[in-house]
Design a protein around this ligand. Sequence first.
Ligand SMILES: [Zn+2]
Length: 524
Amino acid sequence: MADTKNEKIIIFDTTLRDGEQSPGASLSIDEKLEIAQQLAVLGVDVIEAGFPVSSPAQFEATKLVAGQVTGPTIAGLARAHDKDIEAAAKALEPAKKKRIHTFIATSPIHMKYKLKKSPDEVLKMAVAAVKLAKSFTDDVEFSPEDACRSEMPFLIEVLTAAIEAGATTLNIPDTVGYILPYEYGRIIAQLKEKVPGIENCIISTHCHNDLGMAVANSLAGVRNGARQVECAVNGLGERAGNAALEEIVMAIHTRTDFFSKPGAESPILNINTKEIHRTSQLVSRLTGFVIQPNKAIVGANAFAHESGVHVDGVLKEKLTYEIMKPETIGLSGSRMVLGRHTGRHGFTDRCKKLGYKLTKEELERTYQRFLQVADKKKEVFDEDVAAIIDDEVRMVEHTFELEYMRVLIETGESPSAIIKIKSKEGIKEAQAEGDGPVDAAYEAIRESTGLSPKLESYSIRAVTSGKEALGEATVKIKDNGRIFIGRGVSTDIIEASAKAYVDAINRMLSTKKQDTETDITDKV
Ligand SMILES: [Zn+2]
């Protein structure tokens, strides 16, 4: 196992970079900042905030995170091109601790078909990239893209050269999710043994989940001497995703006996596990990616025997079936319930305890909305408060607002909806029919806004249980190949659905003003 001085395992979160490359995920700059701030509270060591050269929005998001988030090191991704590295350096300028993460493909198939370069040229580019990155910061990470399908002698050669050029972290990505745990562990062990100077660097894992092996592979890497794990909240990432942060952390936390040296004094992770649940929920809400109920650690059923099925054994002694306590990931046994008699002070206090920092004006708006909800719903839970805040405190410009809606459903007739939409030009009303009430409302919204983006997906979930539960609708629309996510919350699911659609349209309009994407196919 690893030396004592390298005992700590660095958690490198790439939710905002690799995670955001998930098909269908699309976060605004402010949402990225909100996630980054929560990641800092969670205690991750490194936040990969973006790929600055890839678009103006990516650049701005990285810069904003670099300037506002303290604690973790902020990393920016860059191909082995001068302009990428310069853009990353510029975006990272405001960060107290910064890292440039540069990469180039080293597998025969990538070098020949994608880069159209010889191994020699690739080697030269890697060295030049690390050197240039080093001129901006001491903390330089190098990744040979598609490392697991690269030839071992060439991999050793490139990594040796990268170390000589100044790389301090060497990341070994399984870019295509092809490797199996035993093989991955062996690659890490071989590199540790054969690359001169690697003992002074941190070896990192970056595994994709195409065969469902991302977490297992990463842990095999750790077991063989890797001391950084790249991962994303809820396992987001390209295609089948990246190693799930919550699974990596809880596996190491639960099995410290396996990963830590006997008698090690300090904990091997910096993570405050009590923030895992909150972080997972935030990322799920903002990306519109619903968590499957049986998802390890953060799925709704992960600790279900706690509240649902009363397993006899669990009642007698929790450890008979529980290897982890729900409290460890921040699920508290005793839930705070608010109601219409909760005053402004109590509500403000709860928001603070839930970790929200709201301005006076936002707090007032949220409180008024809370009163409306409390009127309809006797008990308001923490999840409801979070959904209300999420719904009210929106950071996109409201080009359109849902002013009024009326939906008529009659047996034997097509449902029809009347919608009034407010904008700078005044109020526009439209009436439409549809296959169902939501369909009718959406058609009326299209008519009254004059926009008809393609509806990609629609889902609704109850925020808490009970017949008066708040419904949260999530809508994805597509415009010019880009996805925009809208959300809406109400005790009425048709109203929640209409709000979500209007929200998605507003997001589409505000993003259009700030972003133009360039198409980059290389990724780690
Ligand atoms: Zn990746």
